[in-house]
Design a protein. Structure first.
Length: 211
């Protein structure tokens, strides 16, 4: 009799409790929250680099100034490459929502080409500055400049590698929910780099050519 009472209480067993918690777990929420936390930590890194440049950006040590070094047309072209890459990534997201795998891969590929073009122009600028004797060891201004712009460039390089990896995953597994989350995370990262670069272009290059 006592066993019947225990079984009729309706209390869930261990297996039922495990099943309940599995149903309540949402991996997409955890992924997005974790990625937002990463972006916030990245914001702190760039905030420190911007603050360092703000302090040291006029410490030329009798060396060349930004007005003497910066090639604004080249930097403007580089900026256009990165901004266009954000537009093409947006087209890739729209194609993904329409379940068009081919178009998604095409737009991601174009985004990657713009990203590589940005990195190529930035590498050309760095090599040109070093060739002119304006390397990071020349002055505090150049040290902070290379640190800030170079850190952003490393992020773009990581983004391009991530994008190529994602394209292989999409080609192999298709537009699965997991790949959709990965595309969303990369979208946040890519647009975040655009926002940071606008700050670099304004604060470092445009203000750097002022007397």
């Amino acid at each position: 009799m006592s066993e019947t009472i225990v079984h009729n209480t309706g209390a869930p067993g261990a297996a039922e409790r495990r099943s309940y918690f599995v149903r309540e777990h949402h991996p997409e929420n955890g992924s997005m929250l974790g990625f937002w936390l990463y972006l916030m930590s990245d914001c702190l890194i760039f905030a420190c680099l911007f603050a360092t440049y703000a302090v040291l950006g006029r410490s030329y040590a009798d060396g060349p100034t930004g007005a003497a070094l910066f090639d604004l047309p080249l930097v403007a072209l580089n900026t256009a490459m990165l901004l266009l890459s954000s537009i093409t990534y947006g087209f890739a997201m729209l194609a993904m929502q329409r379940k068009q795998l081919g178009s998604t891969l095409l737009w991601l590929g174009i985004t990657g080409v713009f990203g590589v073009a940005f990195l190529s122009l930035e590498m050309y600028e760095f090599l040109h500055l070093i060739h002119e004797g304006a390397g990071p060891q020349r002055s505090a201004f150049l040290s902070s400049f290379f640190a800030l712009v170079g850190t952003h460039g490393l992020h773009v390089l990581f983004g391009v590698i991530w994008l190529v990896t994602l394209m292989f995953q999409l080609k192999k597994h298709g537009l699965t929910p997991e790949n959709g989350r990965r595309m969303m995370c990369l979208s946040l990262f890519w647009h975040f780099l655009d926002v940071i670069w606008i700050g670099v272009f304004t604060f470092v290059y445009l203000m750097g050519v002022l007397p």
